[in-house]
Design a protein around this ligand. Sequence first.
Ligand code: HEM
Length: 531
Amino acid sequence: HTSDGNKSGDVYRDYNDDRSAKAQDTLYTASNGTPMPHPYEAQRAGESGPLLLQDFHLIDLISHFDRERIPERVVHAKGGGAHGYYQTTDPLDDLCMSDIFQAGKKCPISVRFSTVGGESGSHDCARDPRGFSVKFRTDEGNWDVVANNTPVFFLRDAAKFPHFIHTQKRDPATHLTHADDSTMFWDYLSQNPESVHQVMILMGDRGIPDGWRKMHGYYGHTLKLVNKKGDWVYGQMHFKSKQGTGFITQADSANYSPDYAQKDMYNAIEKGDFPGWDVCWQIMTPKEAEDLWEKEKINIFDLTHVWPHKQFPLRKVGEFFLNENVKNYFAEIEQIAFNPAHMPPGIEPSADPVLQSRLFSYPDTHRHRIGVNYQQLPVNSSQTPYRTANFQRDGSMAFYNQGSRPAYLSSIQPIQFRERSVNLDKVHGHFIGEAVSFLSEIRPEDFKAPRALWENVWDEDARGRFIENVSGHMSTCTEQEIIKRQIAIFREVSDDIATRLEKATGTKGYEGIKNMRFNGTHNGMASDDSV
Ligand code: HEM
């Protein structure tokens, strides 16, 4: 068992001490443990004759090498992470019964940061959202918060996700990414105007954060917090960087090394400069959710919108710090599996359809990427004060197969159950705004927050960089029609953006979206029904 967990207690429950053994204290063996005199001594028939099939050691070596790679993550393939701890500073027990939010609670965590579209060897300074995943190893099992560094997303209909992601990846024929040919990138976005808020953030300064330490994290989706009485509220989770925020300009990004963010965080932790984040919630009652829909036409299950901060201020509940670098990248980061469906009692998913789809997608991809027993890997296994048990048995690589305990619900050797503490009928109620009906409809409200960004939040320099970033990226888009459409979408945000982009790209865009038809997306702002 580990002897080198971080300061908040051991990170790993079932790790053997191999994680920190020194090379000089080990003996070279084949994979079955038989000592071997030297790794290069292949067996041959005579001094220069062919190799022998009986040479298990050589076959052992090469056949394992042949199988070293597992599939990279289908998105968020490039990343890095570290371990640390979370502590509750301001209990949330009035609103949430989760053990972790009670006074004095603390738990080990593991975090992984990532870019989204690039492959596992791609550049850390790509213009892309950043993933920000946290595995809270709570006394009630692992809670995975699989967040991004932006509060909104490109879509609100999960069916669009594979389409959108394919446009961020390589073209099937040319094998080029959007760095060399941005045609399909803008083709998708100009067909799906609900993406414009996220596109503004992506093409603005926050599109290339200065490493991972200087960015915030956002759950984005609405969650439900349930207290001990079974009463519930909606919640939005935020991680606020204690380091503040920083960004890198497009021009400057060429001066950074491909693994800049990894190096920056690793070195900071090695030096004892532990990065930290405040954990905060915005809270909303079901009634307030209905009012928000009535008055502002903001649906809290729509991932392209944010909750207004003035009306729903941040409430700090705790903080976390990263104070331990990983010892083995593959074991502790490549094989770590974050799943939004991992939630402790007291935290429930909302009806956000993108969240609902993600609850299925992550464990599904983990079974493919890592294998059916991926939860047994040390970095994924939970550490709870009770011994966990269930009836999942066997399968590939079942190294923790729950011993001789009955593999069915036995009356002879019963296992224990924790009593349900709240009335589930109460918990399953939710606000019934029109989330589903307008999933694929564009409405004037979709342009409000991006407009506020342009008009109220950004200064003139930031606006200038945005125009440069968009027009620069569009310079490899081969279809004028696509640029015209995208300019029309930006015109709905602000005429100023459209005019400046027309100048920068040399392309006259359409006059807004009223005459435009979108592929699979209803134009709720069309001038007549035939569009
Ligand atoms: C990774 C699916 C939307 C954040 C992944 C992975 C899949 C996936 C399959 C790879 C997981 C792995 O191999 O371990 C989806 C689908 C989405 C969606 C189907 C929408 C329909 C989002 C959103 C966010 C997000 C909205 C943030 C709010 C992340 C992060 C990772 C990830 C941070 C990397 C996890 C890690 O570090 O291992 N997603 N995703 N995704 N996704 Fe999503």
